[in-house]
Design a protein around this ligand. Structure first.
Ligand SMILES: *Cc1c(COP(=O)(O)O)cnc(C)c1O
Length: 366
């Protein structure tokens, strides 16, 4: 448990919505009733007001600075979560092509593939199925994708607990990446990508808003017929993501998280913290004969650490007892079972220490 001025908080290891930095929550609480002396909550501000425009401009500036986003990219803040992008990307980026390439690394890849199939032929260039999604096939083994509209992959598979440690080389084929669960966890070279997107409820803020970084030339492609206005990137670009009433509160939270990331020292500093946190946890699991993670270190996620006890029964017991100790959200995804500790940017070092202490205690008493 964490003691704060006003309350007792658990360490929340949920995969998403996930824990937020305590200082951000305290700031939101402090300015909830009267945001920046405008006499009302940020929730009550018009999305077209000059006050809200400050948040729009600041968040653009902050994300561009943090991720070093080149000038020829637009940053959009949209609704519909990560999943809307599974449709929006083929709808807007297929253009005159008759297929799109996808790498199947696990559950989020598969959901995106199924959605893309509504609009086009999908060329699955590689699949982790043979390794039960414990490995990411090296690019040498991928099928040809030179005739596809784009190549899509999931940089961090939240459910399976695997993460890329390389950026696919795609030449002229635009690279599209779902970074919902690892955006801002380390520096990424944005110039290598055509599109990067991330829902906010893991590393960026609260549910209800999704960030899309898109290279401007991709807006020249013809859009699939009958695409609704809300699903056209160009409309959001034209209106600076204020095409309709924006999710103002979620946007404000994202901006506060971005300010926090800057104060923490930016992405290089966070990458270091994250590597330390993940290493502590994996080292402990590897040294133990009670807990297991059979993913090769080359593929292990630094954000979602999946593990198991010897039996499913023990997994259940672990999860329930951890909950009583103020360690929540440790149940593995319903598709894969087991346990999972999601340790995003906002999970403090003390959360890892508390989890390790509990793991040690649980192992010794079982
Ligand atoms: C959480 C997650 C999503 C889902 O986003 P929604 O906002 O629930 O639609 C998509 N992709 C990945 C990799 C995720 O972890």
């Amino acid at each position: 448990m964490q003691q704060t001025k006003n309350t007792t908080r658990v360490f929340n290891f949920s995969a998403g919505p996930a824990t937020l930095p305590l200082v951000v929550l305290e700031k939101i609480q402090a300015e909830l009733l009267n945001w920046h002396n405008c006499g009302m909550s940020v929730m009550e501000l018009s999305h077209r007001s000059s006050e809200f425009k400050n948040i729009v401009d600041e968040s653009q500036k902050n994300i561009r600075e943090l991720m070093q986003i080149p000038k020829n990219y637009h940053v959009l803040f949209l609704q519909g979560g990560g999943r809307s992008q599974f449709a929006m990307i083929p709808m807007n980026i297929l253009g005159d092509f008759s297929s799109a390439a996808y790498v199947d690394n696990g559950i989020w890849s598969q959901i995106a593939i199924a959605e893309a199939k509504i609009y086009t032929n999908v060329n699955v260039v590689a699949s982790g199925e043979g390794s039960k999604y414990k490995e990411i096939p090296t690019q040498k083994e991928w099928r040809d994708f030179s005739k596809d509209a784009y190549l899509y992959y999931v940089d961090n598979e939240t459910v399976n607990g695997i993460e890329y440690q390389f950026v696919p080389e795609t030449g002229d084929v635009p690279l599209v990446s779902d970074m919902s669960s690892n955006i801002l966890s380390r520096p990424f070279d944005v110039s290598k990508y055509g599109i990067i997107f991330a829902c906010a409820q893991k590393n960026l803020g609260t549910a209800g808003i999704t960030m899309v970084i898109i290279r401007d030339d991709l807006l020249n492609r013809s859009v699939v017929a009958n695409t609704p206005s809300m699903f056209r990137f160009q409309n959001h670009v034209n209106d600076n993501s204020l095409y309709n009433t924006a999710p103002t509160f979620s946007w404000y939270v994202v901006n506060e998280v971005l300010k926090w990331v800057k104060a923490e020292g930016g992405l290089a500093a966070l990458a270091k913290h994250n590597a330390t946190k993940a290493k502590k946890l994996y080292d402990y699991i590897d040294a133990s004969d009670f807990y297991f993670n059979d993913i090769d270190s080359k593929f292990r996620s630094r954000m979602n650490v999946v593990f198991r006890c010897k039996t499913e029964e023990l997994d259940d017991k672990f999860e329930k007892q951890a909950q009583l100790q103020g360690l929540t959200g440790l149940k593995g995804h319903r598709y894969v079972g087991g346990l999972r500790a999601s340790i995003y940017n906002a999970m403090p070092q003390e959360g890892i220490d508390a989890l390790l202490e509990f793991m040690d205690h649980f192992a010794k008493s079982h």
